[in-house]
Write a protein that binds this ligand. Structure first.
Ligand SMILES: [Zn+2]
Length: 77
């Protein structure tokens, strides 16, 4: 079950595929899909560190349930 929370980017709360953070290799909490077709995975630390850039550039963001990403106002709503 997925929910769209905001329109830009489309944020969906769903299980993140078994991925590793592209920055540090920790378990991914967020996967961002870009208009170019590229995808990047981020752990909780890096998802929040790059939240502004992700929110500006990503087309679709998939956020792990229970992960409070800084890029959305209330991801648990
Ligand atoms: Zn990381």
């Amino acid at each position: 079950m997925t929910r769209t929370l905001i329109s830009r980017p489309a944020v969906r709360v769903a299980g993140v595929p078994d991925s590793r953070c592209d920055r540090c290799g920790a378990a991914a909490k967020l996967v961002a899909q870009f208009p170019s077709g590229g995808m990047l995975a981020f752990c909780g630390h890096h998802a929040n560190r790059f939240a502004d850039r992700i929110a500006e550039t990503a087309e679709v963001v998939v956020v792990e349930p229970h992960f409070a990403w800084r890029g959305v106002e209330d991801p648990a709503a």
